[in-house]
Structure formats: structure tokens, C-alpha cells
Design a protein around this ligand. Structure first.
Ligand code: E4P
Length: 215
């Protein structure tokens, strides 16, 4: 399973990249705002800065919600850097835009997916990635991981190549369950990735080994 980091924070992206296990980055307008990135030129520069830190795909989201606007914005984003993936919301014009970019050979990430039907449409349009938001489903008492399982079954039934990118990941157990189900990618906060490192028996075992090594 690929690990993406879900942030626009350059220091966190660098920390994850330095760990040697990072396969890409996802951003969204809220994550960009959180870093205080304002103005079109600064936003575009920030995407390039991210691409220069990592070697994998970097999702950059369009703001437009109409087909023509998404195409214009997406083409400008794709021209920024070969690692850019155009992130497009799961709406009617978004599906049309994904189909358009697919035919042009531009990578896409269909975002804000909350149902298997939406995931099926994204695959039929040829999305490179499709992002079900598991944490936000859990937040409203709906099983986000069950959705990943359903989509895995549907995609495997028909051999769809669209990658299931588990998003809105909140904690390490989400990552582990996604890996068990067979999600292609999990995009996670740095804290969830680092939490995978932790086990009290590792800490106490290492302390014992180091103590014994001094004897
Ligand atoms: C996905 O690409 C989104 O950026 C993200 O995972 C949303 O997560 P949140 O629900 O924690 O905002």
C-alpha cells in the first residue's frame, strides 16, 4: 500500500519524505488555508515547492465547480510540474472533467467520495485515484472502512484500474484496516504515520538491549 501525506505543511512533508516511506502528497483548499497560503501565485508556487520535496504524485485541487472552469484550472495545475495530479470534486461536471483529463493523459484524483455509486462513476470516467473520506463517514456514524471494502469488491469485479485512495484517515488503525482490505493508497496526517512506529514492547525491549550491551 502506498503512503501519501495529507498536508500542505512543507516541514511535515519533508519529515515524512526523509523517513523514506512516502509515496506522495494530497492537499486541499482547507489544508492550504491552514498554512496561510493566499493568492493564486503563492498557491501555485507552494505546489511546486511540494513537488520539489517529494518524488511521488502531488494532488492539487481545483476551485471551480463548472466543467470549463475545472478544465482551465486543471490544465494550468498540470502544467506546473509532472508530479501534479488534478484533484476534482465528485460532482456532475467533475466527472465530465475527469473524463476530459483522462483522455488527455492528465492524472486525476476524484475527491469527496462518500458512496460506492460515486466510486463507480469515478472509475468509469477513468480517474487515476478516487478518494473515499473514511474519517468523515465515521464522524456521522457510518462505517468508512465498509465503504472501502465495498469499493474494493466492485473495482476487482471489473478490473478497474482507478486506485482507491483512502482519505480522511484519522489514526493508525485506519491505516492498518485499509491495508487489510486492500486500499491502494492511504493519505494520512504525519501523526498517524509516526504512530505506526510505536509499541511499548519495542521501547522496553530496546532499553533492555542497550542496558545489556553495557554489561
Ligand atoms: C483528502 O484528500 C482530503 O485532503 C483529506 O483526507 C480530508 O481529511 P479530513 O476529513 O481530515 O479533512
Amino acid at each position: 500500500m502506498k503512503f501519501f501525506i495529507d498536508t500542505a505543511n512543507l516541514a511535515q512533508i519533508k519529515e515524512a519524505q526523509d523517513l523514506g516511506v512516502l509515496d506522495g502528497v494530497t492537499t486541499n483548499p482547507s489544508l492550504m488555508a491552514k498554512e496561510g497560503i493566499k493568492g493564486q501565485d503563492n498557491i501555485l508556487k507552494h505546489y511546486v515547492d511540494i513537488c520539489n520535496i517529494v518524488t511521488g504524485d502531488v494532488s492539487a485541487e481545483v476551485i471551480a465547480t463548472d466543467f470549463e472552469g475545472m478544465v482551465k484550472e486543471g490544465e494550468a495545475l498540470a502544467e506546473l510540474h509532472p508530479q501534479i495530479v488534478v484533484k476534482i470534486p465528485m460532482i456532475k461536471d467533475g466527472i465530465k472533467a475527469i473524463k476530459y483529463f483522462t483522455e488527455k493523459g492528465i492524472k486525476t484524483n476524484c475527491t469527496l467520495v462518500f458512496s460506492a455509486g460515486q466510486a463507480l462513476l469515478a472509475a468509469k470516467a477513468g480517474a487515476t485515484y478516487m478518494s473515499p473520506f473514511i474519517g468523515r463517514l465515521d464522524d456521522v456514524s457510518t462505517d468508512g472502512l465498509q465503504l472501502i471494502e465495498d469499493i474494493r469488491l466492485i473495482y476487482d469485479n471489473y478490473g478497474y484500474e482507478t486506485q482507491i485512495l483512502a482519505a480522511s484517515v484519522r489514526h493508525p488503525m485506519h491505516i492498518i484496516e485499509c491495508a487489510k482490505i486492500g486500499a491502494d493508497v492511504a493519505t494520512c496526517p504525519l501523526s498517524a504515520i509516526l504512530a505506526l512506529l510505536k509499541h511499548p514492547l519495542t521501547d522496553s525491549g530496546l532499553a533492555q538491549f542497550l542496558a545489556d550491551a553495557k554489561k
